[in-house]
Design a protein around this ligand. Structure first.
Ligand SMILES: O=P(O)(O)O[C@@H]1C[C@H](O)[C@@H](CO)O1
Ligand SMILES: Nc1nc2[nH]cnc2c(=O)[nH]1
Length: 296
């Protein structure tokens, strides 16, 4: 159980620096790219060469993963020769952590030198053209918890991380999205590639039919329970963000439907698309230094 003082220090510069210092002392990898694995997508971490693995429970100030399909470890290594850090498991609001704790790894990565973040997630498809197994490049988001004042940036702003009022109209890097389209076309993945708007809710319950209809009418193409908080903190700290949703199930929009969203289907879809998603992400990382959009 967290005390009030734990809440106050969540994600503070001092807390994040202590974690970054601990990690720097335990690994020689100086990552430039950070990757977050969504539900059932932990295989991304297994692409890293010469991996050095830290259980979240061993890392100072890190929360623990509590969700099936999120291994709960940080993996350092190289991907296509690029130094990377990969979260094999992320944290969600519904696990009960303060939102600043969920996003703490973004600030730790920034302090370690990460410049580009790649987030993945599993999401329900609201867009009626989407099929299970489609991969959606996130071009924008709708932050439902944010409408209720639940923001990882709430509280005093620390200028060492970023400005009080960060812009979010450019949250998802345009050049990285174009690179992803090019890579998907080269790999022959265009048939299942989409680009759309991701809406985050608090979870853990899946949506009602009325909620799905509302979110769809608001302009959301996919709905999930993560990613947006991480993107807000990463952008606040000046990191470039690229994010993919695997459409793991179709959101139920019809009162006659017998479909029921469930976590097992989410994990199973991850297993079916894992290899292609891994290929796509690794090819994007490989290209980060050969395009104008690179950070190396
Ligand atoms: O971490 P992500 O966003 O991939 O996880 C999604 C949302 C819930 O945690 C879970 C529901 O199946 O998958
Ligand atoms: N909120 C939400 N999260 C998901 N994650 C995977 N599928 C879904 C879904 O249908 N709804």
């Amino acid at each position: 159980m967290l005390s009030m003082s734990d809440f106050a220090s969540c994600g503070s510069y001092e807390e994040c620096s202590a974690t970054a210092d601990w990690l720097r002392a335990h690994t020689q990898v100086r990552p430039r790219v950070g990757i977050v694995c969504g539900s059932g997508l932990g295989g991304l971490a297994e692409m890293l060469k010469d991996p050095q693995v830290f259980k979240y429970s061993d890392i100072p100030n890190f929360p623990r993963s509590t969700v099936h399909g999120h291994a709960g470890q940080l993996v350092f290594g190289t991907l296509k020769g690029k130094p990377c850090v990969c979260m094999q498991g992320r944290f969600h609001l519904y696990e009960g952590y303060p939102i600043q704790k969920i996003t703490l790894p973004m600030r730790v990565f920034k302090l370690m030198g990460v410049e580009t973040m790649i987030m993945t997630n599993a999401a329900g498809g609201l867009n009626q053209d989407y099929k299970v197994g489609d991969v959606m490049i996130i071009k924008d988001h709708i932050n439902m918890p944010g409408f209720a004042g639940i923001s990882p940036l709430a509280g005093p702003n620390d200028d060492r991380f970023g400005v009080r009022f960060p812009c979010m109209s450019d949250a998802y890097d345009r050049e990285l999205r174009q690179l992803a389209h090019d890579v998907a076309a080269e790999l022959g993945y265009s048939d299942f590639l989409q680009e759309g708007v991701y809406c985050v809710l608090g979870g853990p319950s899946f949506e009602t039919i009325a909620e799905c209809r509302m979110l769809h009418s608001l302009g959301a193409d996919a709905v999930g329970m993560s990613t947006v908080h991480e993107v807000i903190v990463a952008r606040h700290a000046g990191m470039r963000c690229f994010a993919l949703s695997l459409i793991s199930n179709r959101a139920v929009m019809d009162y006659d439907s017998q479909e029921k969203a469930n976590h097992e289907e989410v994990l199973e879809t991850g297993r079916l698309r894992a290899q292609q998603l891994e290929k796509m992400v690794s090819t994007i990382v490989a290209r980060l230094d050969s395009d104008n959009n690179n950070s190396f």
